[in-house]
Design a binder for this molecule. Structure first.
Ligand SMILES: *[C@@H]1O[C@H](CO)[C@@H](O)[C@H](O)[C@H]1NC(C)=O
Ligand SMILES: *[C@@H]1O[C@H](CO)[C@@H](O)[C@H](O)[C@H]1NC(C)=O
Ligand SMILES: *[C@@H]1O[C@H](CO)[C@@H](O)[C@H](O)[C@H]1NC(C)=O
Ligand SMILES: *[C@@H]1O[C@H](CO)[C@@H](O)[C@H](O)[C@H]1NC(C)=O
Ligand SMILES: *[C@@H]1O[C@H](CO)[C@@H](O)[C@H](O)[C@H]1NC(C)=O
Length: 815
């Protein structure tokens, strides 16, 4: 406590504004002022994922992309390459998105012609953007609007995927005298050039300004919800009133990005973001600024990566109760605590982050097992950097890596609990100013004006439908070829059916309507598992240039065992030139695919895709916020979903790869495969196993055994009949070097479609012929062995118990 007071005294800002005693007192009493317990929504050992979906009775059953492809409404006849001026930023005053035509649709909704996906709260719903009168009702009307004359969004009639709504909020100040309630499929988006402010009235009546979780459904099936480019302001509300600015009880394939939370400095009652209404399974929250408040983020759930979080004048920056928390490129200034790590039961990792004028940068709990592990790497802080059980354990900067938890080194099957510095020799190709490269906010292409953007559905002579039934591949290819490098290409909401490869050339900048724009494969080009065809090919091998993809869903309309959904071949001049943001895979589980309706049998009858994404050996890409999901349940009804997708992500890239907030779930052979890969930074890799595997079921590599390629695991390590061994690897690492992998999670909640006694799966990570691997914060649940090298198990769950199962804070392999 002495250290804490001294550091607060050193603070000119605080010292002049508020007395130190009062800050300390507030910091100590604020838990009482809060109404919820951070541990409440951390699931127990016996947790089982939700298995039910949302009914979709108002679906147009006649739209069957897999049965009958329409002829295009007119044929392609290539454009004359005349007016293609290379893109150069002209920094407009207003975002192009506000002015471009929004002619997208919800492809499978029965009344889609009467339904508007993109709504403007001012021009369509009359919200007052001057701050003079209440705007909350108008914005809520914009959120609620269903098809004209039809049932409202949130009525539970459109499944999860049938009711996408992009609610555009123009610049201005919006007085909030009441709350906003979102539903699955809702995205609130402001103008990134001049973000709008939602400002709570001084007598704000409710406990949150925005409730993101669809109240009709559990937190773990709240997908496809987003908020970006906004300011939420509670400074008019008494600083002692208990108020959350946003509740974010949602799960994967959601986005909370580029939002500023303005609260009274050191308020005792205001919290930026909570997740207090149910269990939830998030991936990433990114590029958020918190000014003032009792807490920036006060969360409880399974796991998060928190990227580019800034707090200033916030008593506790982050309190995220859960199993695995990664803080990447965060900064905390002028507060009592940067990160409250005492509520992180498994693994807390803090990378490239700074603290200034804090009591403690990180607090933690003492442990001698895998529990409460902490890894800090490249942290700049004065004063107490880590306080364990209230006593300063690390002070000042951590120039390299500090590990508190189980440490294993090369080939040794005995680890031990340490509290010590280790060395991470970062690859130069991954760094900018000695930090891992990250983007400061997802691209919105705001530097280009509306005349520099084309709507792919408005190109004369090259009709593109996005209607969930007509093949669009030829004309999309023609448009991309014509306009790459010259225009940003906007794909309005809808399902774009592709019966052949679409090539995204160097120079492409692609922007979709988040969660509403999907590319969906069909047809015989995608039938052969021995010679898979790519649906979306990003560049040709050896290409260098820009290729950026924002807010797109990748899926299949049919059972396509020869479909590789995405292949990236291109490298950028600079990090981030090639990237994919807030773009997600969905195999089955949703309207518009035969995989949803025809996969209630065995996995061998439903080899729905060859694999999701391949970063080839000529690529260099940045990927942020990606959920690669083979459906284990139906989002739009309750069809059985026993789906076998061959592979998750295959990384063979060597020149620099950044994976920031990815999750891969339920793929058959592996979730992550690093094959001859080099120079990869991955922060946060969450996974679940395919639940149909295990005793009594098809032994992996079946049903893919007859078409394996050299990078596929063959499971020859498993004894015959060892059914918990022949289950998907979480991760295979072979022939690779300079991999920097932070916070992997392997959740095996059950096997054989039901239960398991004790461990549900034998192995998580397979390592062979590799060197310079730095694996931090690797966690498993109900998996016997964490790392396996040949027949050698390096670490077991049982000898590293913590978090949801076992945690290895650091495995340094030939480093
Ligand atoms: C793809 O769709 C186009 C247009 O409908 C059609 O001409 C072509 O034969 C289809 N190709 C395949 C492989 O299905
Ligand atoms: C965009 O639309 C708004 C009104 O909707 C108009 O005031 C503005 O001039 C338009 N901007 C451009 C660049 O067309
Ligand atoms: C908050 O409560 C404290 C303690 O009761 C009081 O001193 C302070 O004036 C209150 N602040 C506001 C803004 O009401
Ligand atoms: C924190 O906020 C204060 C007051 O607004 C400001 O002067 C200071 O520069 C900010 N510090 C950081 C690190 O942002
Ligand atoms: C890159 O991959 C291609 C395709 O698999 C292969 O032919 C080539 O030999 C590889 N190049 C290197 C340098 O490994």
């Amino acid at each position: 406590m002495a250290r804490f007071v001294a550091s607060l005294l050193a603070l000119p800002l605080l010292a002049s504004a508020i007395s130190v005693d009062s800050i300390v007192a507030r910091a100590e009493t604020q838990h009482n002022a809060q109404t919820f317990n951070v541990n409440e929504f951390i699931p127990s050992k016996s947790y089982k994922p939700a298995q039910s979906g949302i009914p979709y009775p108002l679906k147009d059953e006649s739209i069957k992309p897999w049965v009958d492809l329409n002829e295009p409404s007119s044929t392609a006849h290539g454009l004359v390459q005349a007016s293609c001026t290379p893109l150069s930023a002209n920094n407009p005053q207003q975002w192009w998105y506000a002015n471009i035509t929004h002619n997208g649709q919800s492809s499978f909704m029965s009344s889609k012609n009467d339904y508007t996906v993109v709504r403007n709260v001012v021009t369509d719903f009359g919200a007052d953007n001057t701050g003079a009168t209440d705007a909350s009702k108008a914005i809520q009307n914009a959120i609620n609007a269903g098809p004209s004359g039809g049932s409202a969004r949130g009525s539970g009639n459109y499944g999860t995927t049938g009711q996408p709504a992009i609610v555009y909020i123009p610049p201005g100040t919006y007085l909030m005298s009441g709350s906003l309630q979102l539903y699955v499929g809702t995205v609130l988006v402001g103008d990134p050039i001049n973000p709008p402010t939602l400002k709570a009235s001084s007598n704000f009546p409710n406990d949150h300004i925005i409730y993101a979780k669809d109240p009709n459904f559990g937190g773990t099936i709240n997908f496809y919800i987003g908020i970006k480019n906004l300011v939420i302001d509670s400074t008019a509300v008494n600083a002692n009133t208990s108020l959350g600015l946003l509740d974010w009880t949602v799960s994967q394939a959601t986005q909370l990005a580029n939002v500023v939370f303005n609260m009274p400095d050191y308020s005792t009652g205001h919290v930026g973001v909570t997740s207090q209404y149910d269990s939830n399974s998030n991936v990433i929250l990114n590029d958020l600024t918190f000014n003032g408040g009792a807490y920036g983020l006060k969360l409880s759930g399974q796991q998060w990566i928190l990227k580019n979080i800034k707090t200033n004048g916030t008593t506790t920056g982050i309190s995220a109760g859960g199993f695995s928390i990664t803080c990447l490129a965060c900064s905390f200034a002028n507060g009592a605590t940067g990160i409250d790590g005492t509520v992180v039961s498994g693994s807390l990792t803090v990378i490239d982050s700074t603290g200034s004028s804090l009591g403690n940068f990180v607090t933690g709990k003492s442990s001698t097992s895998g529990a409460n592990s902490i890894v800090l790497e490249n942290v700049v802080n004065e004063g107490t950097t880590v306080s364990i059980d209230g006593s300063a354990t690390v002070t000042g900067n951590v120039a390299d890596t500090w590990v508190y938890g189980s440490l294993y080194s090369s080939g040794s099957s005995s680890g031990g609990h340490v509290s010590q510095d280790v060395s991470t020799s970062r690859a130069a190709s991954l760094l900018t100013d000695s930090k891992y490269y990250t983007t400061s906010a997802p691209p919105s292409f705001q530097e280009y004006s509306v005349d520099q953007v084309i709507n792919v559905k408005s190109v004369s002579g090259l009709p593109v439908n996005g209607d969930g039934i007509t093949d669009d591949s030829a004309n999309i290819n023609a448009i991309l070829k014509q306009y790459a490098g010259c225009k940003v290409i906007y794909f309005p909401a809808g399902t774009y059916i592709l019966n052949d490869t679409v090539t995204i050339p160097a120079g492409s900048r692609i922007y979709g309507d988040a969660y509403a724009t999907a590319f969906s494969a069909v047809g015989e080009n995608f039938y052969n598992p021995a010679a898979p065809t790519t649906m979306i090919q990003v560049g040709n091998p050896g290409d260098t240039g820009v290729a950026q993809i924002v807010d797109i869903i990748f899926t299949v309309a049919d059972v396509l065992q020869g479909c590789k959904l995405v292949e990236v071949n291109i490298a950028g001049q600079n990090p981030g030139d090639v990237g994919i943001w807030n773009s997600h895979f969905r195999i089955g589980g949703a309207a518009g695919s035969k995989v949803e309706t025809n996969c209630g049998g065995g996995p061998d009858q439903c080899k729905a895709a060859w694999g999701l994404i391949h970063l080839t050996n000529t690529s260099s890409a940045y990927i942020e916020n990606m959920w690669g999901w083979t459906a284990d349940h139906d989002l739009d009804g309750n069809n059985g979903q026993t789906i076998s997708t061959g592979r998750g992500i295959l990384v063979e890239a060597t020149k620099g790869t950044w994976l920031v907030g990815t999750a891969m779930e339920h793929h058959t052979l592996y979730q992550y495969n690093y094959n001859n890969a080099q120079n990869v930074f991955s922060a946060f890799q969450q996974s679940e196993t395919p639940y149909w595997q295990g005793p009594g079921n098809v032994a992996t590599p079946n049903p893919w055994a007859d078409s394996l390629i050299s990078s596929d695991p063959d499971f020859s390590n498993c004894a015959s009949g060892d059914a918990t061994c022949t289950m998907a690897w979480f991760e295979r690492i072979s022939g690779s070097s300079d991999l920097f992998l932070y916070n992997g999670m392997v959740w095996a909640f059950f096997n054989n479609g039901g239960g398991c006694n004790g461990d549900c799966q034998e192995n998580a990570v397979d390592i062979s012929n590799s060197k310079s691997l730095y694996i931090y914060g690797q966690q498993v649940k109900s998996v016997t062995n964490v790392f396996v090298e040949g027949s050698n198990a390096i670490a077991t769950e049982s000898s590293n118990s913590g978090g949801w199962g076992g945690v290895v804070a650091a495995y340094l392999h030939d480093s």
